[in-house]
Design a protein around this ligand. Sequence first.
Ligand code: HEC
Ligand code: HEC
Ligand code: HEC
Ligand code: HEC
Length: 126
Amino acid sequence: MRKQSLLVMVLILAVAGLGVWLGKLRAEAIRERPLLQIHFDHHEHAAVRCATCHHNFLDGTGKTACYFCHKQDPELGSRIEKDFHMFCRSCHVDLAQRGFQTGPVRRCAGCHVESAGAGAIPGAAQ
Ligand code: HEC
Ligand code: HEC
Ligand code: HEC
Ligand code: HEC
């Protein structure tokens, strides 16, 4: 009886350990894959205040490029897709709903362009 429950314990620990290890591996893979090329033009966003996007200009996080921080920081790197989709789209969606001209809402290729090699983006892993 004892032996069996010990075996079960060991198995549970092994599975939990494997889970943690796979989680780490995934986070690392996300951080290391190169950033997708983004079409972002400041001219098209001239009506928006700098600090609406550049929180870093005001909150003292630093003056480097958005993607550098958001890609390199392990915590932020693993949620860059979610964070930036929310960030870019929510404004476009909001404006579109109010009938204004705005940027892409859903169409992947509206923001993700295939062009000039990666590395054009500051912070993109080489
Ligand atoms: C709608 C959001 C948005 C607005 C508004 C905006 N920026 Fe940016 N800015 C970005 C993004 C995203 C990047 C990174 C992508 C890139 O470099 O193409 C960037 C990059 C930059 C960079 C390159 C270096 C760095 O820190 O990444 C500078 C400098 C900059 N912006 C200055 C400004 C100034 C000054 C204003 C106001 C006149 C402004 N931006 C308004 C989103 C914005
Ligand atoms: C020097 C590092 C740094 C730079 C540069 C930077 N960020 Fe951030 N950003 C952070 C950190 C750290 C957080 C997390 C704050 C938190 O979780 O409370 C954050 C949070 C955010 C969030 C909110 C995510 C959430 O928790 O919902 C958005 C959106 C964002 N940044 C967009 C940008 C954009 C766009 C730029 C460039 C125009 C930029 N950031 C530049 C470090 C940076
Ligand atoms: C606070 C609001 C706001 C945020 C945040 C924002 N945008 Fe925009 N975006 C606009 C507006 C407004 C326009 C339309 C400008 C025009 O055409 O007059 C636009 C236009 C665009 C266009 C041009 C579409 C076209 O057909 O030419 C692209 C691409 C785009 N945005 C990408 C992005 C990306 C990528 C981000 C996040 C890094 C972002 N935007 C964040 C407001 C925003
Ligand atoms: C409004 C602009 C916008 C639209 C539309 C958009 N994305 Fe993104 N996406 C971004 C930005 C900005 C980032 C963060 C910067 C980067 O990864 O280059 C991002 C990041 C990502 C990432 C993560 C890249 C990484 O380095 O981890 C994936 C994957 C992705 N997008 C897929 C998609 C797919 C699939 C669609 C269509 C269903 C889509 N995106 C539509 C702006 C957009």
